[in-house]
Write a protein that binds this ligand. Structure first.
Ligand SMILES: Cc1ncc(COP(=O)(O)O)c(C=O)c1O
Length: 437
């Protein structure tokens, strides 16, 4: 007998709040079932406010109003109080950090104007954010569009984990972003009733960000689709936000143009300090929603669904990371040091750019368009990317990534500037020799 799907009354309540809006229409089977329990976390939150005599709610060991903390840990984290270091943070993250991040998003994306967007929800890294969105909006009946080639984790999350389908549109034509291929893929999906897409700029693995004109065209394709009556869910993976090295690039997130564009567009910003603030292993990221006309109650219900996904998997993100990020963002040295790191990456980009521009018409390698981020990728003609990777690694000690059978990715972000030219020269020489054998 088929297993009867059980919907908790709290999930039912959230579903009926969301039903009249795009978020409700796009929920997956799991998204439908998720809810945030009125259990320990919610009751403990109330007790924090009103339990003045004794707070006997949360599973921590508390003495004189503070969580106890081992000396060894205090020695390692002298700048953090016990509460900052070891107490459980809220499910959706430290409220102060969420507010700071919202202010930063608005400041970095002036086109948002007065668009009503949610407070960012803190998740343990951008990957977790993408996985939670997949929980909420993808199941075995849905398709997620993304540029091809794409970061390899997308297919792992979307297909292996969620049993959904990742469909690629061809990211580039001869000049840059392939608007025609994007439009055709969107129109094809629209025939099935709704469109879900994941756009990542600066992109991994190509290192490309659309020009201002291309960004306008992308927004236009999405808006026109919505105007024709199709729901469009757009995830903007802004992992490498801000690392743009050419003047022609659109520096704001597509989220800024989509969050208040149309009732049939639900935009989600996936971002965080991972790469923006050079803290890869801290594991903090954010999800922020924006859709024209969604009410506060609907935004709240959607965030409760997301909190259900968080509570049922990791429960909450790590406390020290959140406390440290608050201090990092408030430190007056941070902005200046970030500019230095960015300058270093930009210099590396300039070295790679110059090498590629002066090595056109190579018989094997042709660079995909790149202008931003950490990476550049090359199409390999006549030599399998994996064979080239292995030869570079075992005979020349150079590590690269074979993205697929025909693309090699180089993370110029992680190679010292002085070494870059010789690394690229070796890659080009080895590839050419392999062809002539
Ligand atoms: C496009 C893209 N999104 C997300 C991530 C992951 O971010 P996080 O380390 O915060 O999970 C990466 C990291 O490589 C990435 O390239």
């Amino acid at each position: 007998m088929a297993h009867q799907q059980h919907i908790n009354p709290l999930a039912d309540e959230l579903n009926s709040v969301l039903a009249p809006c795009i978020a409700g229409r796009l929920l997956s089977d799991l998204g439908n079932r998720l809810y945030f329990p009125k259990g320990i976390i919610a009751q403990s939150g109330e007790a924090k406010q009103f339990g003045k005599t004794a707070n006997a709610t949360i599973g921590m060991a508390v003495k004189d109003g503070k969580p106890v903390m081992l000396s060894a840990l205090k020695d390692q984290l002298p700048g953090l109080s016990p509460a900052e270091a070891v107490a459980y943070p809220p499910t959706a993250g430290n409220e102060d950090l969420r507010k700071l991040w919202l202010d930063a998003i608005k400041q970095k994306n002036p086109s948002l104007g007065n668009a009503k967007i949610t407070l960012p929800v803190l998740v343990p890294g951008l990957t977790a954010g993408i996985s939670y969105l997949s929980d909420l909006f993808l199941d075995d009946k849905s398709v997620l569009l993304t540029g091809d080639p794409a970061w390899d984790n997308y297919v792992l999350i979307v297909e292996a984990r969620r049993n959904s389908k990742l469909v690629g549109f061809s990211l580039f034509n001869e000049t840059g972003f392939n608007v025609e291929s994007f439009r055709a893929a969107v129109q094809e999906q629209a025939k099935l009733g709704s469109v879900r897409m994941l756009l990542n700029f600066p992109q991994n693995p190509s290192g490309y960000t659309p020009t201002k004109e291309e960004a306008r065209a992308i927004v236009q394709v999405i808006t026109e689709t919505a105007e024709k009556g199709t729901d469009v869910l757009v995830w903007c993976d802004d992992a490498y936000f801000g690392l743009d090295y050419e003047d022609s690039i659109e520096v704001e997130s597509l989220f800024a143009r989509l969050a208040n564009a149309h009732e049939r567009i639900l935009a989600v910003k996936i971002d965080g300090p991972t790469k923006e603030d050079y803290v890869w292993g801290l594991r903090t990221g954010f999800l922020t929603f924006g859709s024209k006309g969604m009410t506060d109650a609907q935004y709240d219900a959607l965030i409760k669904k997301l909190m259900g996904a968080i509570r049922s998997s990791v429960s909450c993100a790590a406390a020290p990371s959140q406390s440290l990020m608050l201090k990092v963002l408030a430190d007056p040295r941070t902005e200046g040091e970030k500019l230095e790191f960015r300058k270093m990456l930009e210099e590396r980009y300039a070295v790679v750019r110059a090498f590629i521009d002066s090595h056109k018409n190579h018989p094997v390698l042709s660079a995909l368009p790149f202008n931003s981020g950490y990476f550049m990728s090359m199409k390999c003609s006549g030599v399998p990317a994996e064979e080239l990777r292995l030869k570079l690694l075992h005979e020349h000690g150079i590590g690269t990534i074979a993205i697929d059978p025909t693309h090699l990715r180089v993370a110029f972000s992680s190679v010292d500037t002085g070494k870059l030219e010789s690394v690229f020269q070796t890659i080009f020489d080895v590839a050419e020799k392999m062809l002539s054998k």
